[in-house]
Design a protein around this ligand. Structure first.
Ligand SMILES: [Zn+2]
Length: 67
């Protein structure tokens, strides 16, 4: 369970992040260019229904720690 950092309410998790007008999502990378250390997991979004705060998170963080 994720808790809103603004109002400490429970957040709804599992939303997908999509760029408006585009069919692809957002990828996260460290560094730039062809040597960038890419994270293949797509970030997920959690939403606070009380104050509207959104929070980005990576679902499978263990996989990233291993790299
Ligand atoms: Zn909130």
């Amino acid at each position: 369970m994720r808790v809103c950092r603004q109002c400490q309410s429970e957040m709804i998790e599992g939303f997908n992040l999509r760029v408006k007008g585009a069919a692809y999502g957002i990828k996260i990378a460290k560094g730039t260019g062809i040597f960038a250390d890419r994270i293949e997991e797509e970030p997920k979004v959690a939403i606070c229904t009380k104050c509207g705060e959104i929070s980005l998170y990576i679902e499978d963080i263990d996989k990233i720690r291993e790299n």
